[in-house]
Ligand binder design. Sequence first.
Ligand code: SF4
Length: 500
Amino acid sequence: MKILLLEHPRVFIPERCNDIANTPLSSSLLTGYAAGMLQSQGHQVEITEGYLDNLSYAVIKQQVSDLKPDLLGVHMVYHWRTDVDLFSFLEEIKREKLCPYIAAYGFYPTFNFAEILRECSAIDAVITGEPEATFSELADALSGRAGRSNIPGLARSDGTGNISHTPRELVEDLDSLPFPVRTEAMYRLPEVNLQGSRGCYGQCTFCYINPFYGHGSRWRGRSPENIAAEIDMIMAERGVKDFYFTDPNFFGPGRQGQSRALHLASLLRERNIRFGIEARVDDIHDETIAALVEAGLRHILIGLESGKDDSLKRLNKMTTVARNEQAVKILRKHGIEPNIGFIMFEPCSSLEDIRANFEFLRRNDLLNNLPVTANVLYHHQIILKGTPAFKMLQGEGRLELPPGATYEGSTTFVNPRVAVLADIMRQITNFLFRRMSGIWSGKEQEPRDAELKYEQINEMLVDLFEANLRALENGKLFTDEEKHLVVQEAKKNIDHMLEV
Ligand code: SF4
């Protein structure tokens, strides 16, 4: 059977340009894993990289027309509610009979399949959660190798608005999966993405990793030997030395998790590679980090999320501020400056929480690098369907949903003063991200004296945050006009600093 898997073009909306949760990094291998499984079953599979190869829908349509696939799989990524182009494209494919069956998969469709099936009649089914086995059974059914009824993990509409869906069991043995297929576009990225594990043993309220995998999701790891074998294959085929583990949590739980990481480090050490990982702070231990650095660990993203224990409890992070600080120290001791996940503004934040967050970042020297500073001083909690936070706010009647959309919710800040600071910082940092997008994406040259200019902007952002936080703590009430003036003044300063 001929199958085309599509990574569709993605739309970026300026005011959401630096929001990170439209799809987690771990989804970058969903298509590759599905393709690996389908190829291993004897199907002819091609992948179209509409996003990484910057293809237009016209070009993609031509590819579909040339291949005439029996099944088109679309890795559907949340677009901040602008699915219009994608849906019209799929309708066109169906109308012109270029493909008889279209199935969407990915994080967004997993949580929003009912709405997607209702909105886009061209989509025949949605594959929820891990896609490999469901894709394989769907391909068997479509090619007549098996019956079409009741495929677990597949959501379908009966055409009258009734949607059927039975969740699928988790893949117990990740080593049993064929290695993912990687496209040329994926090999052009600075690092080759790997997936050493799935799921997480945490239960953070804002996170949709475990909800994506479904009931009973927990951390599941591949064996170090299986990971090393994939790395060997990639090194032999492509000569690549730089890798990134897209795992939401590189470490498994407890001692066993540390032992596995140590064993993996011992296998990787002799391969002379470099790699990055993402992890929880409570898995950052001196001995393991030392071994991983020796094996090639060069960068890490850790989810600190807050500088206040109350907030960490609210987020169900199951860590403490002391543990956050210890993790940063251990990483720096081994020469790694961490990139950090941080939620400055939660719906329930008080000004004291914001102050605690700010002082935490300052005393831990986490406000010295412009891209990090700009991120941590504005990040608010994004509320997506499937997360415990979404359910909780819905249960409390505090969740706001835009008309006709059910995937991303919002809520008003409980404290109106926090709302003022969040709004000011979001407007300013969005302006900065837009202003710097060409430079930070490597498409434009850095300005003259770039380092000095970034330092000045960094300092300006920190001072501005502090000054406005202090004013709010002292009881100042900002009118809309005053807020506007603060934002305009900051934008003018950023422009000026970048241009002189
Ligand atoms: S630690 Fe990270 S991956 Fe795990 S539940 Fe929390 S946010 Fe999600």
